[in-house]
Ligand binder design. Structure first.
Ligand code: ASP
Length: 361
């Protein structure tokens, strides 16, 4: 697919020779109030400088690519993640870093997916968006966008400071695959309960260096652009029925389940429940145990109510988020399509290991 790329700030004094490619996907961010229609409508993002003239004061080059179809991120899907990964790969040598403007609703899913799809990434990919449209006076779009750009362009000794996929929002830089949207009204929309923030942006941007992924200068970017969509999330609740559980575990094409369990990874011990899971594992389905709690971690075997899961072959998700777990399953199953018994053991081992800092070992 061919895209039009324009330079947003042609009159800026771009003496730092850094260039950032902004990829605009849609979301609340790019809306403006249309008085005649009395509603919010997407505005022509190529005219972003009209709204944010201060972009001209940043001393690096900012280019803009708008996806052919602008979406509310509730319509996000693997095909768009593949498109984004492809755009990053196609422009990888021309640009020093990437900022993706994205709706907040599924931003953490996209950040997680890209972190698994972009193997060997050595440049910043910063996702951001806004809770209030750019056309609203009190919008958070301006601060989020400008700081995300500054973080994307930040270097030290000619190396990017943050060479990984991140979410920047409301003063916080988070590892993308550790982030979760937790708030739909306040500006502090994202949190990372199980991994420290990578930076805090106040008067200065303070980087939390020990927790930022190391720069890998000799890696070449390799994208994983096959994702297996035959996965699901099964959230447990007291009273869940056999019919509900089996309607999911018996889906013929299913290859992976994120099992959202209680507390430290606990689940009912009813025989019908364990049999349903065991039958799925025996058919080659990967089951990934993720806690419903935002903080803490799954420790299978700590309680009797999780020991059985371990015995069946359910894989512990440790402290992973649901967003990272489901996208990790899609990418892993896309990468390793084999469905035999030996493949299952290998996949269970791969699933249990961190791929890009999404879970603590
Ligand atoms: N529904 C919007 C979206 O995710 C919300 C937002 O952008 O904040 O695209």
């Amino acid at each position: 697919m061919a895209y039009r790329i324009i330079q947003v700030n042609p009159t800026a004094t771009t003496n730092s020779r850094i260039s950032v490619l902004v990829i605009y996907t849609g979301g609340t961010f790019g809306m403006v109030y249309e008085p005649q229609a009395g509603q919010l409508i997407p505005f022509d993002f190529e005219r972003v400088l009209d709204r944010l003239p201060e972009l001209n004061r940043l001393n690096f080059a900012i280019s803009l690519l708008t996806l052919h179809e602008i979406i509310d991120s509730s319509n996000m899907k693997p095909a768009v993640w593949i498109e984004l990964a492809q755009i990053i790969q196609d422009n990888y040598t021309q640009y020093d870093s990437f900022v993706i403007l994205h709706g907040t609703d599924t931003m953490s899913f996209t950040a997680s997916a890209l972190s698994f799809m972009l193997e060997g990434l050595a440049k910043p990919v910063i996702l951001t968006g806004a809770q209030l449209p750019i056309g609203v006076a009190r919008s958070d779009a301006r601060e989020n966008f400008i700081t995300a750009l500054e973080i994307a362009a930040a270097t030290e000794a000619n190396r990017p400071i943050v060479p990984e996929v991140c979410v920047y929002f409301n003063s916080l830089l988070l590892r993308g695959n550790r982030s979760t949207k937790r708030e739909s009204v306040q500006f502090n929309a994202f949190t990372s309960e199980n991994y420290p923030n990578l930076a805090n942006a106040g008067v200065s941007i303070d980087y939390n260096r020990p927790f930022i992924r190391s720069y890998l200068p000799n890696e070449t970017l390799k994208i994983h652009s096959v994702l297996n969509p035959n996965v699901t999330i099964l959230k447990l609740f007291p009273g869940i029925t056999q019919a509900v559980v089996e309607s999911i575990t018996n889906i013929p094409s299913l290859r992976g389940i994120v099992l959202e369990t209680f507390g430290a990874g606990n689940a009912p011990t009813d025989t019908w429940f364990l049999n349903a899971l065991k039958a799925a594992v025996d058919r080659g389905v990967l089951i990934f145990n993720v806690s419903q709690c935002e903080g803490g971690r799954v420790t299978q075997g700590q309680y009797q109510t999780s020991k059985h899961l371990l015995q069946i072959g359910v894989v512990s998700g440790a402290d992973i988020t649901t967003e990272a777990a489901i996208t990790k399953l899609m990418v892993l199953l896309g990468r390793e399509p084999g469905a035999g018994q030996n493949d299952l053991l290998r996949l269970q081992t791969l699933l249990a290991q961190p791929i890009s800092g999404e879970m603590s070992a």
